[in-house]
Ligand binder design. Structure first.
Ligand code: SAM
Length: 290
């Protein structure tokens, strides 16, 4: 079937038919631009072999496009009021399952196992902006088998995912995303492509999972604890940041010594270190702790 949604007229018609009331707390901004929708499908490289997970289908706009290109789609929606609407707007598609649940409570590893034999899945979404980071981090940290994640996020979050040392946007999210995936900006999307219009600019970003990790961290968990601690106290030196983190207890002398071995100043801040340097730092601290 050919998608019917993705334009203002048909979106308003559905919203009126069901007297739908937008819920601010769920970050509801529905897409009403066909060009943007096609661009998402194209950059996600959806084929008829793919099993796709969509997070937050709304009234089913992007879902219709996905269902038209993929083998099978599972769409996870939290809002009760949208479930009967989705039943209606997706009635012409026999390859879509709507899961009425909070995405943060869904076992996506199990879903990938059941629906895709454990093979890597594609995630595509116009994300609810209030939980972008927990969703992305959950996918990576729970080791959900993903091949790529193509998502609409706030422009500023897309910038944070892509940037490196020296930028004000650089932080724990940049490092986590780049450890697991290659981020690529697909498109900037202005507020008028949504209903209602968000206050901020948006962007579509594609994260392609690395087949091999780009740096060798012997203790991944320790590396991310170090990264988090060094950005928690942005204005502090790395030595103080790690010294003050209760979950780490890294003595200041130890960090100073390691930084010296790495040819870095004892007064360096976390925001100056690359991913490779964070990996090396955590490996050296691990060694000294033994
Ligand atoms: N995909 C639709 C579109 O592009 O028009 C809607 C996108 S809208 C930005 C985000 C959607 O995520 C909403 O439908 C909202 O109800 C849903 N949502 C919000 N929090 C959620 C959660 N925790 N779990 C699942 N869905 C959620």
């Amino acid at each position: 079937p050919v998608p019917t949604l993705g334009n203002p007229k048909n979106t308003i018609e559905i919203l009126n038919k069901y007297k739908f009331v937008f819920q601010k707390k769920f970050g509801q901004n529905f897409l009403i631009d066909e060009h943007v929708l096609s661009k998402i499908i194209r950059s996600a490289e959806i084929t008829e072999d793919d099993f796709v997970v969509e997070i937050g289908p709304g009234i089913g706009t992007l879902t219709q496009y996905l269902a038209a290109s993929a083998r099978e789609v599972a769409a996870i929606e939290i809002d009760d009021a949208l479930i009967p609407i989705l039943k209606d707007t997706l009635s012409a598609y026999d390859n879509v399952t709507v899961i009425h649940e909070d995405v943060l409570k869904v076992d996506l590893c199990k879903l990938a196992e059941e629906k895709n034999g454990g093979k890597p899945i594609k995630v595509v979404a116009n994300l609810p902006y209030y939980i972008t980071t927990p969703i992305i981090m959950g996918l990576f940290e729970n080791h959900v088998p993903v091949e790529s994640i193509t998502i609409m996020v706030q422009k500023e979050v897309a910038d944070r995912m892509k940037t490196g040392p020296g930028s004000k946007d650089y932080g724990a999210l940049s490092l986590a995303v780049q450890y697991y995936a290659k981020p690529e900006l697909v498109a900037n999307v202005p507020p008028n492509c949504f209903m209602p219009r968000p206050r901020v600019g948006s962007a579509v970003i594609r994260l392609t999972r690395h087949t091999e990790v780009p740096v060798e961290a012997e203790d991944e968990k320790l590396m991310f604890q170090i990264i988090r601690a060094s950005f928690n106290q942005r204005r502090k030196t790395l030595v103080n940041g790690l010294g003050n983190a209760p979950e780490l207890h890294i003595p200041k002398e130890m960090t100073t010594e390691v930084l010296e071995e790495m040819g870095l100043s004892a007064s360096v801040r976390g925001e100056a270190l690359t991913l490779a340097q964070f990996a090396e730092l955590s490996n050296r601290i691990l060694e000294k702790r033994k």
